[in-house]
Ligand binder design. Structure first.
Ligand code: CP
Length: 307
């Protein structure tokens, strides 16, 4: 049974196809409104979420399907000690496809190995968040016209930010990419991403703590939140949380067509005054997430022979 746990579970050709499908859904939503009639998506979210869970649910409704939802570990039998494996074996009896978020790295893979329906990882700890990456990719494609030759700045918590790890993995498969990694020393990109992806593929990158010095060179600026829930120590979080705050003033030296992304939720990393700048694309990114999740649900249900 095909599941999507990591963005690398999808080939570049499949990602391009999902982007094409999402584009067609945006243009012709009526053509998709009945494709999942009678099918059910279960959303199992053992960690807080607004966008991912609700966009999966909106996606399934817009495909004509239905939704079963667990929102928060305390509302399911996980609170009584039920394993992820038993939970998904059970949910496979009720639903045709599962979207799951869990605080533990690897939980989505355990789910995929035990479910008898496709599982989509909606975020497993600090590991992966492939459908956020699909939303990011669709947004970059629509805003920049393609992926090749871009300089992408990733700013903030590059250590715990799972969306950053997935996005680097995905963009590294395109030609002539260049990354600028902007973070405090303590929140630098983990060496397994740097060594296994950037160095192994000979992809040019620069590491800096100074956003202002590099902002003029960027085509895309991907801001991230400092991930409070992954810190062992509240003092460290408080010291680092406001390391980068993007303001209209700081955008003055950026390219006119630079695209500002953020997976959201935002805490303080982007001033609300930036929202009116035409370069602010993070709410378009939210909307794009729903279309890419629709495309992915369709792809997996078709492969499973469910639709
Ligand atoms: N981007 C994202 O994963 O948002 P939520 O945590 O609200 O789902």
């Amino acid at each position: 049974m095909r599941s999507v746990i990591d963005i690398l579970d999808l080939s570049t050709a499949e990602i391009d196809e999902l982007i094409e499908t999402a584009g067609d859904i945006i243009k012709n939503p009526a053509n998709y409104a009945e494709l999942c009639r009678g099918k059910k998506l279960a959303t199992l979210f053992f960690e807080p979420s607004t966008r991912t869970r609700l966009s999966f649910e909106a996606a399934m409704y817009e495909l004509g399907g239905n939704v079963l939802s667990v929102a928060g570990g305390n509302t399911s039998s996980a609170a009584k000690g039920e394993s992820v494996a038993d939970t998904v074996k059970t949910v496979s009896c009720y639903a045709d496809i599962i979207a799951m978020r869990h605080p533990k790295e690897g939980a989505a893979l355990v789910a995929a190995n035990n479910a008898s329906v496709p599982v989509i990882n909606g975020g497993d700890g600090g590991h992966c968040h492939p459908t956020q990456t699909l939303a990011d990719l669709l947004t970059i494609r629509r805003e920049k016209g393609g992926f090749s030759g871009l300089t992408v700045g990733l700013c903030g918590d590059l250590k715990f930010g799972r969306t950053v790890h997935s996005l680097i993995n995905a963009l590294s498969r395109y030609e002539n990419m260049r990354f600028v990694l902007i973070s405090p020393e303590e929140l630098k990109l983990p060496s397994y991403v740097k060594n296994d992806v950037l160095k192994r593929k000979n992809i040019p990158y620069e590491q800096t703590t100074d956003l202002l010095s590099v902002i003029p060179s960027l085509d895309v600026l991907y801001m991230t939140r400092v991930q409070r829930e992954r810190f062992f120590n509240e003092e460290d979080y408080l010291r680092l949380k406001d390391s980068y705050i993007l303001t209209p003033e700081k955008l003055k030296t950026a390219k006119e067509d630079m695209c500002v992304l953020h997976p959201l939720p935002r805490v303080n990393e982007i001033s609300v005054a930036v929202d009116d700048d035409p370069r602010a694309c993070y709410f378009k990114q939210v909307k794009n997430g729903k279309y890419m999740r629709m495309a992915l649900i369709l792809m997996l249900l078709k492969e499973a022979g469910t639709i």
